[in-house]
Design a protein around this ligand. Structure first.
Ligand code: 6GU
Length: 243
């Protein structure tokens, strides 16, 4: 997948190119293209923003440098995303759909926003990462890039490790333990070292249910409504958690 990022702060993206995603780029699974919007400013001071027509707080990013940047990568007709707190909130379904694309172009906004004509002409899809406000779209873009890239085959070391995680089943992940079996007086739950795989599976299911009920009652209700295909043992565990 080719990922184009238009930003006023390209240096911020060393956070993604330095890690697992950097390795994936070396392997040719990902190709990053960071574009500094300021490089396309036709102003002698490299100006990239100006005051909003009609007044109001803050500055608005100029259309012209962004048009220049998007034209330079032939973005017309391709998937373009504008990171913005007023966009659709990113979720795993959107992430899965985006991971099927061959090329993504992401515009990071700053100040109060960008000239609306950028969004209209380039048919930008507006995406938010949650109900809070960041100073700019860069951190949000990195969240999107990381979550999409890890679904591309070969990016994660373990082949299907992205598929195993419990957000896919609609429940949160159960607690994990590793060596030593006893640490600071706290022991690993006995069942996990019992060798009884059926009991281990049921314990994990119960822990996932309890955690989801406590932290994400919305997900818990959906899970209970949509799942009818439980074994007798799973049904017992579910009834225990529901009490
Ligand atoms: Cl995409 N941008 C900004 N500036 N703030 C946000 C956001 C995006 N998503 C949540 N908050």
């Amino acid at each position: 997948m080719r990922i184009n990022v238009l930003t006023l702060f390209p240096e911020m993206f060393s956070a993604v190119t330095g890690s697992i995603l950097g390795k994936a780029a070396e392997k040719g699974l990902l190709e990053f293209n960071f574009i500094n919007i300021r490089d396309f400013s036709n102003d002698k001071h490299k100006k990239a923003d100006d005051y909003p027509f009609g007044g109001g707080p803050g500055m608005v990013m100029l259309a012209d440098p962004i048009f220049g940047a998007l034209n330079s990568i032939d973005a017309k007709g391709k998937k373009c995303i504008y990171m913005s707190p007023r966009g659709k909130v990113l979720n795993q379904t959107m992430i899965q759909e985006l991971s099927q694309e061959g090329e993504l172009t992401i515009l990071c906004g700053h100040y109060e926003g960008v000239d609306q004509r950028v969004l209209d002409y380039w048919e930008m899809e507006e995406v938010s990462i949650g109900d809070y406000v960041l100073t700019g779209g860069e951190l949000a873009a990195m969240v999107l890039i990381d979550s999409v890239a890890r679904l591309i085959p070969g990016v994660l070391a373990g082949e299907d490790s992205a598929m195993e995680e419990s957000i896919y089943s609609g429940l949160l992940e159960y607690p994990q333990y590793t060596k030593p079996r006893s640490y600071e007086g706290m022991d690993v739950p006995e069942v996990l070292v019992s060798g009884n795989h059926k009991l281990i599976r049921l314990w994990k299911f119960e822990q996932s249910l309890e955690l989801t009920k406590k932290n994400r009652p919305d997900l818990f209700d959906t899970f209970v409504k949509n799942h009818g295909d439980f074994t007798k043992d799973e049904q017992k565990v579910l009834e225990k958690v529901l009490k």
